[in-house]
Design a protein around this ligand. Sequence first.
Ligand code: MN
Length: 232
Amino acid sequence: MTRYVVAPPAPASLAIADSAARLPVHRIYCIGRNYAEHAREMGAPVERGTPMFFMKPAGALVADAGAGVVVPYPPATNELHHEVEMIVALAGGGRDIARGAALECVYGYGVGLDLTRRDLQAAAKAKGQPWDAAKGFDASAPASVLMPVARGGHPHAAALTLSVNGELRQHGNTADMLFDVAAIIHELSRLWTLAAGDLIYTGTPAGVGPLARGDRLSASLEGIASLAVDIA
Ligand code: MN
């Protein structure tokens, strides 16, 4: 038995609908600018050729157990933004996965927030620096309970919505993604070896905006999952 010099951290994991078992989380991949209207609102080009990926640490997850989660307003920002996104959870992986085989890797789907320190992201973009501080901070990845494909199917054309304090802020549809789930898995697997337990945040539709302490968020992926988030 391996002896460690300090206690190893508990693995990040997500709850599964109507199951006592959980999905252990390996990596969190994110795709940027995957909805044309969001790319436009960020003043970025609509790119259909090459997807833009970044990552969050697995420890940034805030996993819902079904009753909602609390996220502390993060330090070092005055501009915390919401980005509601469909989450893909993998049960298998590999390298150079063909588009036609990609969906076989999917365990299930959920909904989450790619929380963003927009001021730090703007500063990083201006200096050509990486996005880690803007995207990968503590508690930056709230995530719902997962719905297995076996029960919920693949949400190829599902409404993706976010309300803040009862007001609808984001309303998109997964059918409008520039890179669909199979394309994202294919492209990711050309760059990294995908594995069971990987999560993919699949990009946000238009309507991103600032959050404040005390805000109550309600995210939904039609027919699959919902998530309540309190900003503390
Ligand atoms: Mn995003």
